[in-house]
Design a protein around this ligand. Structure first.
Ligand code: PAF
Length: 281
């Protein structure tokens, strides 16, 4: 496995692979890899000749009061996992490599980015779109793999690719959960043992919401109230949002009569903000 830290290095290998007609899969990550990431790498490996995993904590997608400085990192463990899974290149650049002096170009997707997490994280999705655009160009990947846990991110990246005619296919992959239902996330490491147990309320609430929708409940308000009630029964949980939006434009719906995303963001304790969701197509 190659560990590349410069854009030039990655491009050199990509050029060679393209010459030989290999297909390329990209798995963009911010490192601290867990089974959710592993599932993306395995899927990429099964569908592409070569797999590039980017391991880069992207500074421009963090707001000034967010957890950029403390975001968990363990590059050695990431490399070990990537190697075990047959990754061809781990791309691990410094921020100064990705954002050289005089960097002034950004990519953004209107409308979808102002909803859900966009309300409390106004710059986040422009930072994501910018870095993934760069990674798409650098890797020249045929396919890129994203987890459904960040459903809004998945919808936005798909829209960007469609609107701006990127030559890449975006593959959304299912949420990977712990045995007890908690969605895997690098940020779960911030939870104390007690908080970890209490965080299960997200999955419990969403399971109830999904059951209602699948049983035919059309009143979005009713489903939202039921989900909120379960989350609010847990005193350490503080709701950022609980919403049902259409799985296209990500706009709030009152009546469920097409594909929807039900998404929640909840603070567990003072600082840890977790997201989770379900989609009914
Ligand atoms: O989902 C993430 O880990 C990040 O938002 C991504 C897509 C790697 C961009 O930095």
């Amino acid at each position: 496995m190659i560990v590349a830290t410069t854009i030039e290095d990655v491009k050199k290998y990509v050029k060679e692979w393209k010459k030989q007609g290999f297909s390329i899969g990209l798995v963009p990550t911010m490192g601290y890899l867990h089974e959710g990431h592993a599932s993306l790498i395995k899927r990429a490996k099964s569908e592409c000749d070569k797999v590039i995993v980017s391991d880069f904590v992207n500074p421009i997608q963090f707001g000034p009061k967010e957890d950029l400085a403390t975001y968990p990192r363990d590059f050695d463990a990431d490399c070990k996992l990537c190697e075990e899974l047959g990754t061809d290149i781990v791309f691990h650049p410094e921020p100064s490599e990705m954002y050289r002096e005089g960097f002034h170009s950004y990519v953004g997707v209107d409308v979808l980015s102002s909803e859900l997490c966009g309300k409390s994280r106004p710059i986040h999705f422009n930072g994501v779109c910018t870095v993934v655009s760069k990674l798409f160009h650098i890797s020249e990947a045929d396919k890129a793999y994203f987890g459904q846990k960040d459903a809004q991110q998945l919808a936005i990246v798909k829209r960007m690719v469609r609107d701006l005619n990127f030559n890449i296919e975006i593959i959304g992959c299912p949420i990977i959960r712990e045995e007890d239902g908690l969605a895997k996330s690098s940020r779960n490491t911030y939870l104390s043992a007690g908080e970890r147990k209490k965080a299960l309320v997200l999955h419990k609430a969403l399971t109830e919401g999904e059951k209602m929708v699948r049983a035919g409940e059309k009143d979005a308000g009713k489903v939202i109230r039921a989900v909120r009630e379960i989350i609010e029964s847990e005193p350490v949980a503080r709701i950022d949002y609980v919403e049902i939006v259409d799985w296209n434009e990500l706009q709030k719906v009152d009546i469920i009569d097409g594909p929807i995303l039900m998404a929640v963001a909840v603070f567990i304790g003072e600082k840890v903000r977790l997201i989770d969701n379900f989609i009914v197509e």
